[in-house]
Write a protein that binds this ligand. Structure first.
Ligand code: LRH
Ligand code: MN
Length: 396
């Protein structure tokens, strides 16, 4: 086996794919407002068109994550539309994200709500999403819950655990044999006292309680500043409990900035844990790589293409770590040599090999440049300007 860096980079890029979030192409904002981009996607077709463009330019993102109320508000009735757009734009529907956080009835929670009728409605919505996923031949149902409370004493944390366990067991029981449940944790926001699924341990216990095809989803933005995310990844790999990632970057909290824009070494360290696990176990873990970002200022198309290219670079860098050598240095506690072995890979310039890989696959060497020369932005700007004119920008 040729273990020259270029060969390792090629093999890594050939197996690497990352899923794009449909919502990353739409006009999103913060609670302080939304800055409208006239070319932003509005309809599901727009989102498939944009994702198709990014996949055509990078060859690395064949699936689009869909969010129920934003992409198939009519549930199963929208399946045919989605299938048509997927066909037309050459990207498949990926993970299905139920939304039990934006409707008024979820003020005190969804599956964790003290009101049994509200819990039932939330469960029914999720079960419909499982059916939508089944009809779209999607494997992953990706669950994130805003559930929690804002003040001490206002909710029974233990009762809510029981209600989540009860409901998630029913969701797991509704899966077809190929499907998986991904349980995403988040320490806070929008709840600011307790969040029901606040960390990896809570997500892992709920996953294990639900059934064998429930896994933990790690959103890189869902950690306290001081947390060692790659250590959490190592634990979840060790317990074969990791199902996927939502990649983004942050300086403070769940900032949803573009991957590698603040701390590229963080994502590199996560990819290193995965590559070294694969080297040790002789097989790649079954992990779904996904982007979860909201592009409030950057042009949404360029931000997404930049994200995919950065993820390719960081995945390729981590693929050239000499795992056998590093393992021997770790055994002998050769600290500086071991660290230098890892840093050598991080600082290795993989871009010439990446350009060569793209050329050899008939892809543009510089996807962002190719996008700028494609005229796609001008076309969608003309098509969508009027449709975006009526978008509400204010928070209140
Ligand atoms: C919650 C989250 C979740 C999505 C949402 C768009 O912060 O990370 O994954 O449903 O963002
Ligand atoms: Mn997420």
């Amino acid at each position: 086996m040729n273990n020259k860096p270029e060969a390792l980079i090629y093999r890594a890029l050939d197996t690497f794919s990352i899923e794009l979030p449909s919502w990353g192409f739409a006009n999103t904002g913060t609670r302080f407002g939304k800055f409208i981009q006239v070319a932003a996607a509005i309809t599901v077709e727009d989102k498939f068109s944009d994702a198709g463009q990014v996949h055509a330019l990078t060859g690395t993102c064949p699936t689009v994550a869909l969010h129920s109320l934003w992409d198939f508000p009519n549930g199963l009735e929208d399946v045919a539309h989605v299938q048509r757009w997927a066909e037309k734009y050459g990207v498949r529907p990926g993970s299905i994200n139920p939304n039990v956080f934006q409707d008024q009835e979820y003020k005190y929670g969804s599956l964790g709500n003290p009101d049994a009728a509200t819990r039932k409605r939330a469960l029914d919505h999720i079960l419909e999403c499982v059916a939508v996923a089944d009809s779209l031949n999607c494997r992953d149902i990706s669950l994130w819950f805003a559930d929690g409370s804002n003040y001490p004493g206002t909710q029974s944390i233990r009762n809510r655990i029981e209600w989540f366990e009860e409901a998630l067991r029913k969701v797991h029981a509704s899966l077809n044999p190929k499907q998986r449940l991904l349980i995403e944790y988040k320490p806070f926001e929008p709840a600011f006292y307790h969040t029901d699924i606040a960390d990896w341990g809570m997500a892992l216990l709920l996953a294990r309680n639900s059934g064998p095809r429930a896994y933990v989803l790690v959103d890189t933005g869902h950690h306290y500043q001081a947390q060692n995310i790659e250590q959490i990844v190592a634990w979840l790999l060790y317990h074969q409990a990791i199902g996927g990632f939502h990649f983004n970057d942050r300086r403070y909290a769940d900032d949803d900035l573009t991957v590698g824009s603040i701390d590229p070494y963080q994502i590199f360290r996560i990819f290193h844990e995965i590559h070294s696990y694969a080297w040790e176990t002789g097989g790649s873990p079954d992990v779904a790589y996904m982007v979860d970002q909201s592009h409030n200022l950057k042009g949404k198309m360029e931000a997404m293409i930049q994200t995919v290219c950065t993820a390719q670079e960081l995945y390729a860098k981590a693929a050239i770590v000499d795992h056998a050598h590093l393992a021997s240095l770790q055994r002998t506690c050769s600290l500086v040599e071991a660290e230098e072995c890892l840093r050598y890979a991080f600082w290795y310039d993989v871009r010439p090999a990446l350009r060569e890989w793209r050329r050899s696959r008939g892809l543009p060497e510089e996807p962002i440049q190719a996008f700028r020369e494609s005229g796609y932005l001008e076309r969608i700007t003309a098509e969508r300007r009027d449709r975006n004119a009526s978008v509400v920008t204010t928070y209140a």
